[in-house]
Each structure stands twice: as C-alpha cells, then as structure tokens.
Design a binder for this molecule. Structure first.
Ligand code: BTN
Length: 332
C-alpha cells in the first residue's frame, strides 16, 4: 500500500457500503482488478476483524454490521482518495496518539497520516493536563500535517480542526457546537472536545505539525459527571450512540477541505466562519499566556488564528493562551 492509498480491504468495504450493503464478488473483483478468490479472502479477513458479512448464492455479499471500533478498513472505506487520514494507523492501546504521531513524523510519516486509538494510557491535554476517556468510547486521534507554512501561521491549524469538528457535527449530527478559542469545542455549555497541536520548525517554517483531537462521543452521563470540569458527550447530548468510524471520516473530510481552502489563501473567510461559532466573541475574557494574564473584549479572529483582544482602546492579536470568561453565566 502506498502512502495515501486505501487498503484493498477498505476498498471492498467501500463497495459494500456504496452498494447499499450488498455486492456480488464478481462485481467487486472487476472494479478492483483482483480475482474473486482475492475478494473472498478479504471478506474473510474483514469477518475475522468482527464485521458481519453474509454471503448468499448468486446475490453476493451483504454487510450486516460493523463492530464499534475504529478499524482501518472502516475508516478508510469512508474517506475519499487523497483525503487527510490516509495512511490510517490504528491502535487498540497506545501511550498517546500525539506522542506516537510525533515519533512517526520524525521517522518520515507523510502529510495526512492519521493515528487513532481505542485507549490512551497517557493521553495528553494542553497545559500538561491529562486527557482521559474510557476505552472505546471517544474519538482519540492525531493527524500529521506538513504544510508549507510560516511558523507565525501555525496556530491557524487549531482553528481549522475545531471548525472541522463543528462542521461535521452540524452537517451529520444535527447538533450545534461552539468554539472557545483557541480550540475547545463546547456543546450545551460544556466541553465536548479538546485539541492539542504540537509542531516543529526549521528556519521559521513549519516542518510538521501534529494535530491531536479528543472528542467525547459515547461516554455515559455518569462518567462525565466524574470529570473535574463540566464535560459533554454526543451520546449524552443526543441520547443515542454514535458510529465513531463514520464521524472520524466526516471530520477528516471537513479538515481536508478547510486545510485546502486555508492553504489557497482563504484564511480571512475561514476566520469569519470560525467567528460565527465562537463562544467568546463580543465578551470580556481573561487570557492566560504563560504567567501573563490579560483582560479585554474578544472582538475577532485573525486569518492566522490569533484572537483579537480589545484592551484599553487598542486591538491586539494573541496567538496562544488559555481563555476564561469573566462571566461564565452567559453560557448557561
Ligand atoms: C485539551 O483540551 O487540553 C486538549 C486535549 C487533546 C487530547 C487529544 S486525545 C488524542 C491526542 N493524543 C493526546 O495525547 N492528546 C490528544
């Protein structure tokens, strides 16, 4: 399998999904340029991974169900060729997808590669916090990006991924999340997702960035209640469990088009779209940048990702920091 291609198992599953769950072995063999025996072999490997696929004489194969996992063929089958997310790497357990992505990026992993895990033993949040989620319940993934980008614009990646999460949830999930700059996604006034972006640079240019996302998907309300800050999951908000493989592919698809738009000079327009979902626009906020704390009114966002803060009559860009609202009750 070359870097940005879908595995043949992913292609078989894509055909089954697009054929309303049903396809003949002959049809799949022809479309993929492989033998019927090779199709049968792939179908049995998919079954071994937990997918339920029936075979009926003369009618072919029928996809009955998929396991509640993020198996590579299940994600790949839902991605367009060339999308971010390929190649896709899956870990039943890992220390942290961001750490592993950095290790792989150092070893030469390509732009677009995505790593997802069912469980992280040392999931990392911003400001050295831990990020926790019960095994198999959340989306925990990291994307390796190698954009040709000046270092000063790297923070825009935070805005792009938060926007990608929002767009995917609005389009396909019927929920309306909001973003707390730089990259927390909120639903019903509680944190739904967090982003940890890490990068390396050479001569003021980004060498690679790792954009890590933790999104609460199928966590039960009882588990959320034990978190140290108000947290929300999609299950808790909508009352039903979500297919994480589908959702991950939808986020990756949105991220692909946002990244393309940004790299083609569309930063201004994206900053406006980001502002429409902002939880803090027009509000008095406190921004912690390391030890410094600044207070002012959030009046906009710059194309390269900065928050525009009005302080004592002047408007200043803030590139990174941790925001708290001076009046949290506005969220209630
Ligand atoms: C935050 O809100 O503090 C950011 C949380 C980011 C968590 C994700 S989970 C997947 C990826 N791997 C990590 O170790 N962290 C990020």
């Amino acid at each position: 399998m070359s870097a940005a291609e879908t595995s043949t198992a992913g292609q078989v599953l894509r055909l089954l999904l697009s054929g309303n769950g049903e396809r003949s072995g002959q049809d799949m063999a022809q479309r993929l340029g492989i033998s019927r025996a090779a199709v049968a072999k792939i179908v049995s490997s998919l079954r071994e991974q937990g997918l339920e696929i029936e075979a009926a004489p003369r009618r072919g194969y029928r996809l009955v169900s998929e396991p509640p996992l993020l198996l590579p063929p299940m994600v790949e089958a839902r991605l367009k060729p060339g999308s971010l997310g390929l190649p896709f790497f899956y870990f039943p357990e890992i220390d942290s997808t961001n750490l592993e992505a950095r290790r792989r990026a150092e070893a030469g992993a390509p732009h677009g590669a995505c790593l997802a895990a069912e469980h992280q033993t040392t999931g990392r949040g911003r400001l050295d916090r831990h990020w926790q989620a019960p095994r198999g319940s959340a989306l925990l993934f990291s994307i390796i990006l190698r954009p040709v980008l000046r270092l000063s614009r790297v923070f825009a990646l935070n805005n792009l991924i938060s926007l990608a999460v929002c767009r995917a949830l609005e389009k396909h999930g019927g929920v309306e999340p909001a973003i707390k700059w730089p990259n927390d996604v909120y639903l019903e006034g509680k944190k739904l997702a967090g982003v940890l972006t890490e990068f390396t640079s050479r001569a003021e240019a980004v060498e690679y960035a790792v954009v890590g996302v933790g999104l609460n998907v199928n966590q039960e309300p009882e588990w959320l209640a034990g978190m140290d800050q108000p947290a929300m999951s999609l299950l808790a908000a909508t009352g039903h469990a979500w297919n994480r493989a589908t959702l991950l592919a939808q986020i990756l698809e949105e991220m692909t088009s946002l990244h393309d738009q940004f790299m083609a000079g569309g930063g201004e327009e994206l900053a406006r779209e980001y502002a429409e979902r902002s939880l803090i626009l027009g509000l008095q906020v406190k921004v912690r940048e390391g030890k410094a704390v600044r207070e002012g009114k959030a009046v906009g966002f710059a194309p390269e990702g900065a928050l525009l803060l009005e302080e004592d009559g002047s408007i200043n860009p803030i590139h990174h920091g941790d925001v708290s609202l001076l009046d949290w009750e506005v969220l209630a």
